[in-house]
Design a protein around this ligand. Structure first.
Ligand SMILES: Cc1cc2nc3c(=O)[nH]c(=O)nc-3n(C[C@H](O)[C@H](O)[C@H](O)COP(=O)(O)O)c2cc1C
Length: 314
């Protein structure tokens, strides 16, 4: 078991074979190349790319990231080189360099058309294994309400993406949904999603008291890191209970194998590591090793067998 989890790509989720269940979370490792000198992409299961939009985005003003006791707050503004450059340069490099590391392309947009254009523009590219739809962005045509918070818009978006690609589709949902995460996951799956990614960052504010201003340039930002762990776990558990067959990528606050195991027990089939990898680029491979060590310590021969086996107090 140990060798299997660590080495050969035999961790199967959504019809894809992963080397192990550990992924790099979207936006925290670019398109792989940006972290290539510090992080070994051949030691992890896969990478969710930085969000890809139709046109290049320059992102939010500085300061874009600030730390606090519970983790980090960021407003990057989904800066990225845009569909054409990602298709021509970034994804081909990733596939050629790491052919056995699965690639989930994270997609953003402000309209259903935007999502369709990005998914349609990349679906035939070798090395694109799946899409992850970031539905925490505002639907401009519907007055700026987030897609994920509006079941009608969410249904339209997922249906359109499903009609555009045959690849697995994961819908990434926000912790702001609370118990509503179950309904959003259900709508997503009913309209063609393969699985869900739980959770995105949580909106927050951190203040610079000397300047009496928000610490980050945009004002509000997304909270990530340790403060998210209980929120991501609860979202994962809720969706697993309601939709036990639906693959879940669980993330939020994972910085150790033990925390990744918590997500597997709550029902995740894959786990993502974001903030911990920004702090320590070796964290994802260490977490993959710690999963194996946990399994050995607890005499678990197949880590798949623990997924969703959290026992609820009666
Ligand atoms: C700097 C930064 C950039 C991010 N960019 C994206 C993004 O482009 N698309 C997305 O869906 N999530 C993005 N996220 C959210 C992460 O993928 C992840 O859901 C969140 O940070 C929780 O995981 P963590 O606590 O391990 O960081 C970003 C997070 C951070 C910290």
């Amino acid at each position: 078991m140990s060798a299997q989890v660590a080495a050969s790509p035999n961790w199967n989720v959504a019809g894809l074979a992963f080397r192990n269940p550990v992924l790099l979370a979207a936006g925290t490792a670019g398109f792989g190349r940006e972290v290539d000198d510090v992080l070994d992409l051949s030691a992890i299961g896969g990478i969710a790319t930085k969000a890809v939009s139709v046109a290049p985005r320059h992102g939010a003003p500085p300061l874009r990231v600030s730390e606090f006791a519970g983790g980090m707050i960021n407003a990057i503004g989904l800066a990225n080189p845009g569909l054409d450059a990602v298709r021509a340069h970034y994804l081909p490099w990733l596939h050629q360099t790491y052919p056995n590391t699965r690639v989930l392309v994270n997609v953003v947009g402000n309209s259903v058309d935007d999502f369709e254009t990005v998914v349609g523009g990349l679906t035939d590219l070798p090395g694109v294994d799946a899409f992850e739809l970031n539905v925490s962005c505002p639907n401009v045509k519907a007055g700026g309400l987030e897609f994920g918070a509006d079941p009608v818009a969410l249904a339209a978006l997922v249906s359109a993406a499903r009609a555009t690609t045959a690849r697995p589709l994961f819908v990434k949902l926000s912790p702001t949904l609370g118990a509503g995460v179950v309904e959003a996951a259900r709508v997503s799956v009913e309209h063609g999603a393969t699985g869900v990614t739980l959770v995105n960052t949580m909106p927050g504010l951190v203040v610079d008291t000397a300047r009496r201003k928000p610490k980050i340039g945009f004002g509000t930002g997304g909270v990530s890191g340790p403060a998210l762990l209980p929120l991501g776990l609860l979202a994962t558990w809720r969706v697993r209970q309601a939709l036990p067959e639906v693959p879940i990528i669980g993330l939020g606050g994972i910085s150790s194998g033990e925390e990744a195991i918590q997500y597997l027990l709550a029902g995740a089939s894959l786990v993502g590591v974001g903030t911990a990898a920004l702090r320590d680029p070796r964290a994802p491979e260490r977490i993959a090793r710690e999963l194996v060590a946990w399994a050995d310590r607890h005499a678990v021969r197949d880590l798949h067998s623990i997924i969703g086996t959290l026992e609820w107090p009666s």
